[in-house]
Design a binder for this molecule. Structure first.
Ligand code: MG
Length: 232
């Protein structure tokens, strides 16, 4: 059982954990006039995220460029729904998606939760996979840079290790000098956020708002679908 009064550090994943990633994606499809009326956009988006995680491993090994990853994750996801989009369409969706990501808002209650945790003397930070500049732009759009100090924002490309490699969690705990069993991670993705943080000896909360299935025998300390009362 997770005893919240014993937790000294809380770290959040960024994408689809601190803000709804589906909103900018849906707006990008709409803008690009992609014929998606027969599609369940949430299911399509889940496939994009799936390919994103799979291809990210190739990217971190230097076997795929970021631009190729962003095209292939879209073309592959659409293909799974029997729709073919061109490379140009994929690039147009990606470009608009990045624009829409500048307009994102944090999930309701997030800023208050962070401030409450800080009031209770917890270290609160972000640990996210991705390119430093791209992830920071989203953190700034969410105004999270105004409540979380820069030294507590950890971005995989800046460190050279990415989730699900548990060494990134160990890197964070070394920086903050807090033992893993006093740390708690909150994230939406099973392999990267839940299995990986448990492997590192952290506590974790699975923000399962997209109704996914567990993919291994790891057991999160808590499963939530919204942030109401998460630390009470
Ligand atoms: Mg995420």
């Amino acid at each position: 059982m997770l005893k919240f009064n014993e937790i000294e550090a809380v770290f959040f994943d960024l994408d689809d954990t601190l803000y709804d990633q589906l909103t900018p994606f849906g707006l990008a499809l709409e803008f690009c006039k992609i014929e998606a009326s027969t599609l369940n956009i949430e299911e399509l988006f889940k496939r994009v995220r799936y390919f994103s995680d799979v291809l990210w491993k190739l990217h971190t090994k230097g076997q795929m460029s970021l631009e190729a990853l962003r095209v292939v994750r879209l073309t592959s996801a659409f293909k799974d729904f029997d729709l073919n989009i061109t490379k140009e369409q994929a690039l147009a969706i990606q470009e608009r998606y990045e624009y829409e990501q500048q307009q994102i808002q944090a999930f309701p209650g997030i800023i208050e939760i962070i401030k409450d945790l800080q009031k209770n003397k917890s270290v609160v930070g972000i640990l996210t996979n991705g390119p430093v500049h791209h992830q920071m732009n989203k953190i700034i759009a969410l105004k999270l840079d105004q409540v979380i100090p820069k030294e507590l924002i950890f971005i995989s490309d800046g460190i050279g290790i990415a989730k699900p490699d548990k060494r990134i969690f160990e890197y964070v705990q070394r920086q903050i000098k807090i033992k893993p069993d006093k740390c708690c991670y909150i994230g939406d993705t099973w392999e990267n956020d839940i299995a990986a943080s448990i492997e590192a000896g952290w506590n974790c909360i699975w923000f399962n708002h997209r109704n996914r299935e567990p993919q291994s025998i790891h057991t999160p300390n808590k499963i939530i679908t919204d942030y109401i009362g998460v630390f009470s």
